[in-house]
Design a binder for this molecule. Structure first.
Ligand code: DGJ
Length: 745
């Protein structure tokens, strides 16, 4: 997978992609190519490729020694601002107030197979035969700095992971002001800048903008990756469709403040960079110390948006998600939040649990309000002890009852928060993120705990550990409902650490708590959540195989949220709950069938008052759950495919299929009824095998017919008169089950 040509050109490749780097005339590391696989590179090809990098300039130390060599238009792996390149750089370092104009020269490389998983810090991992890495040592002798820059290529995947570390080899302290995790330089092929942006209740909507000269950026300064923007971004050729066109995806394995940007220069060259947001960030590098950035990944596909989505999903499922959960069955959850909010006691919960079990659910998740004296969102965060009024027999008694119903038990925590009205705050007011001046903002009636302080992390771990042991807990819902303001840590101040290190140290504290819990309880399933989808990122997925994607559980809204999310994240990471109608967030009324059809792509759950359902609705739920269980593997780990619909915004069609193309499920959703639609409409199913015969909901049809002519859309969508109309109106859905019938020969 890694080819070394003349010790100066480095080619990472597999059957899908090639990533080529070279040593530039000034000895820095240059970027040559990232795109479709080039196969093995011949020696004459190296000469040709090197010309592109201006190797003919000979060896030069700095650009001014040779008029024909400048870094201004050179594709680089680690560009820094300040010499002949005037674009934003990836690394900025100061010695006191003096900027260091670095010159990192290629010194040495080594390659190795496999990539170990280190539970202390989120990063990709792979078994020995699944990946190969190349680590470069780059040295700036004059400024006594060393960089280790490592690239990994994975078997059968269009993804390159990049990690990097800078070390201070001098005798004076240095200050890193910016260190972007990933840089990708390429020609603009009429790309659009794609990002997943939105807000609370409407996370990860796909936004695309044409790239013009200048810089476009998204990011977060909220102490979390955030609802507004996501670290997953992409460059896509303008005419890219669902299954054709060049697309480059990028993502950061990180959950805190981030910046993702693309800069286009005067020659149509693009510089895509991702990393920790440099605003309000700097890091002191003592002599002998190192700093490692979060890892970054770049993905390429020439198979359009579905190609990108499938590559991203496979990579995350194999190389990010905790190994224990990679193939494991995800339980069908009943969550009591939208069923009861804070108004419950043990008796009510047990009744709901029994009912959920009788409908076929498998895990009861006890949401917010079980601890302290929390009857609303103004108190008790941090006091992780069950409320005796709600649980007169204690939490372990409740847990036993749940387990005796043959249900797994999940419990909600918001580990990073504390209410002013709590015992924890009374005991430790200094554990709160708060500037020494009086003003401190409150969000949702709560403060953020100082997770940069290891004592805080340890105390919260101990409180959670007690509950986990007492309840023999199977599942944690880890919430985080406010962002960080007035960022300041008393602990850092006491220890002489700059406050500009706070945000990153806070994230390291969060990862440390994940690490502590999972080291002690390796099989517990942690569902990530942050006021819905405020922290949907690869850092969280490294610990939590699934995430509650949005506080908006409305099925129509979820069509958009899921479509966006699946561009960068696997279906198995997207928790779906069927909730009440009218929906609690938007007041929309939809049928139970529509809600179930939407929620079935990914791990399934229910979150509504089961006692307000009719007998018929309960029957419908039972049947749906039985259907889901039958197809759970496919609906969790199958290959997701977004189908092209003629209804554009108003119609969505999702498909999921198995690796042998033998079985597929297709969900077709029409949001609003349209007047006088065409009497017939078809959906082409490109991923089926043309040479096989399938059963479509029991009717035999050839693969080539389904691929080319298409699948006849449910006729209630197209009924033109009341003779043919079966169902009309808004929010219609239909599910097809397609299964191999026989081999043609
Ligand atoms: C926000 C979460 O996203 C909801 O699902 C619920 O757990 C509430 N917090 C509880 O406060």
């Amino acid at each position: 997978m890694i080819e070394i040509i003349n010790e100066t050109m480095f080619h990472l490749y597999n059957e899908k992609i090639s990533y080529v780097m070279t040593v530039l005339p000034n000895q820095q590391l240059g970027h040559v190519y990232f795109g479709p696989s080039l196969g093995k590179i011949e020696a004459f090809d190296q000469t040709y490729l090197d010309q592109k990098m201006n190797k003919s300039a000979g060896t030069v130390k700095f650009f001014e020694e040779n008029n024909s060599f400048t870094l201004a238009d050179r594709y680089q792996e680690l560009p820094t601002y300040g010499t002949s390149d005037f674009r934003e750089g990836a690394l900025t370092i100061f010695e006191e107030e003096t900027p260091l104009y670095t010159d990192f020269q290629f010194n040495h490389f080594r390659t190795y197979w496999g990539k170990e998983r280190d539970i202390c810090k989120p990063a990709s991992f792979a078994a020995t035969h699944e990946s190969q890495s190349i680590e470069f040592e780059l040295i700036d002798t004059e400024r006594e700095l060393r960089i280790e820059l490592t690239y990994t290529i994975f078997q059968h995947l269009g993804t390159i992971a990049r990690k990097q570390k800078v070390s201070n080899m001098g005798s004076e302290a240095r200050r890193i002001e910016r260190f972007m995790s990933g840089v990708l330089e390429l020609k603009n092929r009429d790309f659009d800048w794609l990002h997943l942006s939105g807000a609370w209740l409407k996370e990860r909507h796909i936004k695309t903008t044409p790239i013009t000269q200048g810089t476009m950026r998204v990011g977060s300064l909220k102490g979390a990756s955030g609802h507004q923007h996501n670290p997953f971004v992409a460059l896509k050729e303008k005419n890219t469709t669902n299954d054709q066109g060049f697309v480059y995806g990028a993502n950061l394995i990180y959950s805190g403040n981030f910046l993702a940007q693309v800069e286009m220069d005067e020659w149509n060259n693009l510089r895509l960079m991702l990393g920790i947001h440099p605003e309000h960030f700097s890091w002191k590098l003592e002599p002998g110390a190192s700093f490692e950035t979060p890892e970054c990944i770049f993905t390429f596909s020439d198979l359009g948006m579905n190609g990108l989505s499938q590559e991203s999903a496979r990579f995350v499922e194999k190389h990010i998600i905790p190994p224990y959960w990679q193939e494991a069955k995800r339980p069908i959850v009943f969550n009591n939040w939208e069923a009861t909010y804070f108004d419950f006691d043990e008796e009510k919960l047990l009744a709901l649990a029994k009912e959920s079990r009788s409908l076929g659910m498998e895990c009861f998740v006890l949401d917010d309000g079980w601890f302290g004296k929390r009857n609303n969102d103004r108190s008790s965060l941090g006091d992780w002890v069950a409320d005796p009024d709600k649980f007169p027999n204690g939490i372990s008694h409740f847990a036993q009852k749940i387990h005796s119903l043959d249900l797994k038990l999940g419990v909600w925590f918001e580990p990073e928060m504390v209410s002013p009205d709590s015992m924890l705050y009374q005991e430790h007011p200094e554990w709160v993120v708060k500037h020494p001046y009086d003003r401190v903002s409150i969000g949702r009636g709560q403060y953020v705990l100082d997770f940069a302080n290891p004592a805080v992390v340890e105390a919260i771990f101990q409180a959670m550990e007690k509950v986990i042991i007492e309840t023999k807990l199977d599942y944690i819902k880890w919430d985080m409902n406010r962002n960080i303001t007035e960022a300041y840590s008393a602990y850092l101040a006491e220890n002489g650490i700059a406050q500009t290190e706070f945000y990153h140290r806070y994230m390291l504290g969060v990862y440390d708590l994940y690490q502590k819990i999972l080291s002690a309880f390796p099989t517990i399933l942690i569902e990530g959540c942050a006021g819905g989808g405020g922290r949907y990122d690869l850092g969280i997925l490294f610990y939590s195989p699934q995430i509650w994607p949005s506080d908006d559980s409305d099925a129509v809204e979820r069509l958009t949220i899921q479509t966006g999310t699946l561009l960068g994240y696997p279906m198995s990471s997207f928790s779906n709950h069927v909730s009440a109608s009218p929906n609690h967030q938007v007041g929309r009324m939809t049928s139970l069938m529509f809600r179930q059809h939407t929620a079935m792509f990914g791990p399934l759950g229910y979150e509504l008052d089961l006692f307000s359902l009719s007998r018929q609705e309960k029957q419908q739920i039972k049947e749906h759950i039985a259907f889901y269980k039958q197809h759970r593997r496919l609906l969790t780990f199958g290959t997701f495919y977004q189908l092209e619909t003629s209804g554009k915004q108003n119609e969505v069609a999702w498909a999921v299929y198995d690796s042998n193309q033998e079985e597929a499920l297709i969900g077709v959703y029409r949001v609003l009824a349209t007047a006088n639609p065409a009497s017939e409409d078809f959906l082409q199913i490109p991923f089926l095998d043309a040479d096989r015969v399938y059963q479509v909901n029991e009717t035999p049809v050839s693969g080539r017919i389904l691929k080319n002519f298409g699948l006849r859309k449910p006729y209630q969508f197209n009924a033109v008169n009341h003779e043919t109309a079966q169902i009309k109106g808004d929010f219609q859905s239909f599910v097809y089950h397609i299964q191999i019938a026989e081999n043609k020969e």
